[in-house]
Design a binder for this molecule. Structure first.
Ligand code: ZN
Length: 444
């Protein structure tokens, strides 16, 4: 079964940044088989996009889906005070609430053009089973791809860590559970719908031993590796006090830097750190809204891109960015870069590339992130006939600069996830009702 999506402005995000202003996409069995403009190829079905902009499906590289249950708390707190206020609430998480939370976060992401979701879950209260399974189930119900990480914390307050002792686990159970989840859920190779990553939470909540063993396990199993890093100046001071070095020196000592690793935030990297990230091909999940919300600072993303570092975008958890809107994050990346470096610091197309091709590269995926023959048919169709884009001749730039927008159609592996601006497989209102019922349990 082949489908031709015709009469659209196709932004490919390929190596040459090709665009086809009156273009088409040919999808066959879940993959793109041709992209171009002019004479249209034959297909079993022809869909007229009526001048819409088509972009690669956006890819989110950092989130904590469970945090949709605890929005708008600790409203003026810095990272550490925010965490200390929220940890006790998060100890209430179970599979049912995780499922409701994940459906909400993933629905928001899908409606903002996201086709692949990475989630960093690191809160595993004792005796609560099935948390990762619950979020994978949510992704399957909605129809998007997920890279779910088995996160971890094993450095509790009494050992000098930040989280309360009741929220930390022991190293052996973390590693065993990671292996179990890989056996049960992980799909290697191109076109994977579900993958597992290894993601100890941060230098201030994980022991050196678990950081190191996590890297060994990930490399043995061929999984990607992730953590939070250099988010705030307080984190740097904490690292100096606990380990006598900066966060990046700490990761370097642990043998963590590499092309299978990406770190969230990296707001505070020195020139040497940037050179180390570039030479080791370590990636970065840039989360500008969350960083601004917590007053953590603004990452020098222009420098990272110029140094050749793999950079993608993340909305981060919904307790520090109350919206899981990834197209808005594309715009935020542009605004934050310009706030720091002036009007020439980032173009609309560069920002879009970060959220698509850049994010895919950060997750180690070459099968998604651009619209090229042989890649997964994952794309977002954005209407251009509404109020917001009137007067914009450069429609892709207008799309980014006037974000947020609700996606009109979202296609994952050739299948519709959103059509006519509505989720195809699950009722949005039902997701919201279920989520509110679960969130009430987390009210203070
Ligand atoms: Zn985070």
């Amino acid at each position: 079964m082949s489908r031709l999506y015709a009469n659209g402005w196709i932004v490919t995000c390929d190596d040459g940044d090709s665009e086809h202003a009156s273009g088409w996409l040919l999808e066959d069995n879940g993959l793109l088989s041709a992209v171009g403009e002019g004479a249209e190829p034959e297909a079993d079905e022809r869909i007229d996009l009526r001048g819409a902009v088509v972009t690669p499906g956006l890819v989110n590289t950092h989130h904590h889906l469970y945090q949709t249950l605890t929005r708008a708390r600790a409203q003026q707190a810095d990272l550490f005070s925010w965490l200390r206020e929220l940890y006790p609430l998060w100890s209430g998480i179970d599979a049912e609430s995780e499922h409701a939370a994940a459906r909400t976060g993933i629905a928001e992401l899908a409606l903002s053009g996201c086709t692949t979701v990475f989630d960093h879950h690191y809160v595993f209260p004792r005796g609560r089973e099935g948390l990762i399974e619950a979020e994978v189930q949510a992704a399957r119900e909605l129809g998007v791809r997920i890279v779910a990480s088995r996160g971890s914390m094993d450095l509790g307050e009494s050992d000098g860590g930040l989280p309360p002792d009741e929220l930390v686990e022991d190293m052996d159970s973390v590693l065993a559970d990671t292996e179990r989840l890989v056996g049960a859920l992980h799909e290697p190779g191109a076109g994977a719908r579900v993958q597992i990553a290894v993601a100890p939470c941060s230098p201030f909540s994980v022991t050196k031993r678990l950081m190191s063993e996590s890297a060994t396990l990930a490399r043995t199993l061929g999984l990607v590796l992730h953590t939070h890093l250099a988010e705030t100046v307080e984190e740097e001071a904490y690292c100096m006090q606990l380990y006598g070095c900066t966060p990046v020196e700490y990761l370097t000592d642990l043998g963590w830097l590499g092309d299978d690793v990406w770190c969230a935030h990296c707001v505070h990297l020195s020139a040497d750190d940037i050179a180390d990230f570039a030479s080791s091909s370590t990636g970065i999940a840039h989360c500008p809204t969350s960083n601004l919300r917590l007053g953590a600072g603004v990452a020098p993303v222009r420098d990272y891109v110029d140094a050749g570092i793999r950079v993608g975008l993340g909305v981060d958890g919904s307790a520090s960015n109350e919206r899981s809107d990834l197209l808005f994050e594309v715009k935020q990346a542009l605004l934050a870069a310009r706030g720091r470096g002036g009007p020439g610091a980032m173009t609309a197309r560069e920002a879009l590339r970060l959220g698509t091709r850049g994010s895919a590269a950060v997750l180690g995926r070459t099968d998604i992130g651009s619209l090229e023959p042989g890649k997964c048919a994952d794309f977002a169709v954005w209407r251009t006939d509404g109020l917001e884009l009137g007067g914009a001749e450069d429609l892709p730039a207008g799309l980014v600069l006037s974000a947020p927008h609700r996606v009109d159609r979202l296609v994952v592996g050739g299948e519709d996830v959103v059509r006519g601006g509505a989720l195809v497989r699950v009722d949005e209102a039902e997701i919201a009702r279920d989520h509110r019922a679960q969130a009430r349990r987390f009210a203070q």
